[in-house]
Each structure stands twice: as C-alpha cells, then as structure tokens.
Design a protein around this ligand. Structure first.
Ligand code: ADP
Ligand code: MG
Length: 352
C-alpha cells in the first residue's frame, strides 16, 4: 500500500480508542467539559447503560454558533493556546479530542446557547471528512451533548460492552468521583428516566463532609479522621479511616490533585506506607494492612499547577510531580499524623 493520509473520521476513531473505552468514559469527558464551562447544575440522562443514549446538559458558558463546528474538530480547544498554558494547566480538558473522538464513534449532537446569544444552535457531523452541519434549535443558556448509539460503527468496541447494569455501575462510579471533586456543583443522574442520584451543591470544604457522606456513606464519614497539612503552597486535606475501620469499608480510595482524580503510584505508596506504620502502632500483633484491609481515604492535594505535569497519559489518571520525593514524604507525613490522632484503644473500649 502507498503511504496515504487517513480519512479524518478514521483518524478520530483511532484516537477514540485511547480514551473512549465504554459509556463511562464518555460521561467522564463530557462532565469534565461541563465543569470547565463553569456549570452549576449538570444533568446526566442515561438509557440502557449508556449504549443507547448518554445525554448531558449543563448551564455553563455555552459555545457560540460560529465555534460549534470547531468544538467537534480534533485538536480544537478553547482551554490552551501555548506551551506555557500547558505547563500550568487549570482546566480538566486541554487535548481538544473528546468531542471529535466521541462523535466519530456515535451519533452525537451538540446543542448550545451562550447567554449573550439570542438563539440556540445545534451541530452534528456526518461523513468521512467530519464536516459539521448546523441548524437552529431550542435550548436554555448552556449546553447539551446527546450521544446516541455509542460504537454503532465500531463493532469490535461494541462487543466488549457488558450488561446495562454493569455499564451503568461504571457511570455511577465516574459521577461519584467527579461529585467528590466539585462540591459546589449539583449533579443529577438518571437511568432509563428514573432518578438514581442527586447530589445537591454544598459550599466547598466546610460542608464537604455532607457531600462525602452522601457519596461514600456515613459508615465512612462518621468515624473518619480529618487530614489537614500544609507546607508553603502545598496542602493536603480530607479524611481517612482508622486502620481498624477499614475492613468495614467498600472501596473508598479517592485521591485528588488540584481537583482531578488520580490513580497515582507515588501517592498510593505514600498512603499505604502511612497505614502500614499506623497498623503497627495501633496493635503490633494485628494482621497488617493487606489481605482484607485496604487504606480508605478521600484526600485532596493542592499545589501550584506548574509543579505538576498532567500531560502524561491521554486519560489523565497519572501525573508527574516535579518534586516527587518531597510530595511523597509530605503525603506520608500528613496521613501519618492524621492516623496518630486515632484513639484506637479508646474507640474499642467505648464499643466493648
Ligand atoms: P477539550 O476539553 O480538551 O478542550 P473537547 O473536545 O472536550 O476538548 O471540547 C472541545 C471544546 O468544545 C472545548 O475546548 C470547549 O471550548 C467546547 N466545549 C465542549 N463542551 C462544552 C460545554 N459543555 N460547554 C461549553 N463549551 C464546551
Ligand atoms: Mg474535554
């Protein structure tokens, strides 16, 4: 075969393969866009586990008519314009790929009305060159992205989808993760026209526990130990469960870096080490953390954006800290001192 440029739609489908694994990945990308647009209420309607429909509506800034087609193009973003911006990223998105990718593997319509524009407009793409069609629409201030028939044209991907129940469970988890990151935003999640979750907005931090207990359950928040640790511009706050409480917890391991949920090995290691030490302190003869007990935590690390590189992985689950060792030790010290407050003997005396 001679070398040739791929049709745009095929290039987009290949890019979609990196980040759009299942309906939950679509929800993550679209909800992040709503947050970047400053939304205060995000409504997520799911049909049939997301395979039939994922519709996400926000009340954010909207997209002007002239930019609707661009929003659906690859490498088109309003969030960065230079390498400098990339080095101190504040928004959740910046790759300009999500809408192009999703629209190449579904039937997507984008409807939007910025407050300053009198009417709403709608865009969708058709054909190999991904040229957008535009038509007038009716919509309040904000944006709706309606994704139907995900993977209808990529049967290999479609085959890997699980039952509606399982796919919805993944979506529910994505919404929990994001809800724990943005206390000031209200989230409504509906499945097959039935309300499943409603997380009302709470004011950040002092009411954070309300949101966290709604998402994680009071069996986590009631006995949780507060973490609060700062050093210069770096701060870690949140809650952890005392080691002896962890066995009662479902999988609650949420670590946020500047409002972005991370699954980072360095951070996980620091937390595990603190728990390992604390388990030893509380009762040296007890089984160590491991086996049936895993650390249980909701933690927020805040540091200057230029001290961390989020452009490591397309799904942005990992970060690179410029001062990895210091961050590790900072997190270790913070969690260690929280776990040391645990009057673990007093607690078991009280319940004995
Ligand atoms: P990225 O988020 O990386 O910029 P996307 O493909 O997710 O790339 O979105 C492309 C652009 O479309 C965004 O930069 C933004 O300008 C616009 N956009 C997408 N979703 C929304 C939304 N819900 N509200 C306002 N603008 C949006
Ligand atoms: Mg995006």
């Amino acid at each position: 075969m001679p070398i040739q440029l791929l049709p745009i739609s095929l290039a987009n489908q290949i890019a979609a393969g990196e980040v759009i694994e299942r309906p939950a990945s679509v929800v993550k990308e679209l909800v992040e866009n709503c947050l970047d647009a400053g939304a205060s209420h995000i409504v997520i309607d799911i049909e049939q586990g997301g395979r039939r429909r994922i519709r996400i509506r926000d009340d954010g800034t909207g997209i002007v008519k002239a930019e609707l087609g661009l929003a659906l193009s690859r490498h088109a973003t309003s969030k960065i314009s230079s390498l400098n911006d990339l080095e101190a990223i504040q928004s959740l998105g910046f790759r300009g790929e999500a809408l192009a990718s999703i629209s190449s593997v579904s039937r997507l319509t984008l409807t939007s009305k910025p407050a300053q524009q009198a009417e709403a407009w709608q865009a969708w793409v058709e054909g190999r060159d991904m040229q957008a069609e535009i038509a007038p629409a009716s919509h309040p201030d904000g944006t709706t992205v309606d994704v139907q028939d995900l993977f209808f044209n990529t049967p290999a991907r479609r085959k890997f989808l699980r039952t509606d129940k399982t796919e919805f469970a993944h979506i529910d988890e994505v919404v929990r993760r994001i809800a724990l990151a943005r206390f000031g935003v209200r989230f409504s999640l509906n499945h097959n026209d039935k309300p499943v979750r409603n997380y009302p907005a709470v004011s950040a931090q002092q009411d954070a526990l309300q949101r966290i207990s709604q998402v994680c359950g009071r069996q986590f928040t009631d006995p949780a130990l507060a973490v609060e640790h700062a050093s210069g511009p770096v701060r870690l706050w949140g809650w952890v469960a005392a080691p002896e409480e962890c066995r009662h917890q479902a999988d609650i391991q949420y670590f946020y870096v500047n409002g972005r949920m991370m699954k980072d090995r360095l951070l996980a290691h620091a937390v595990r080490q603190a728990y390992g030490e604390a388990s030893g302190l509380a009762d040296p003869s007890s089984d160590s953390m491991g086996q049936h007990r895993v650390p249980t935590f909701v933690l927020y690390l805040e540091l200057p954006p230029q001290d961390v590189d989020v452009n490591v992985h397309p799904a942005k689950h990992e970060v690179r800290f410029h001062q990895a060792r210091q961050i590790h030790d900072f997190v270790l010290a913070a969690v260690r001192s929280a776990l040391q407050q645990a009057p673990s003997n007093a607690r078991s005396d009280a319940t004995a």
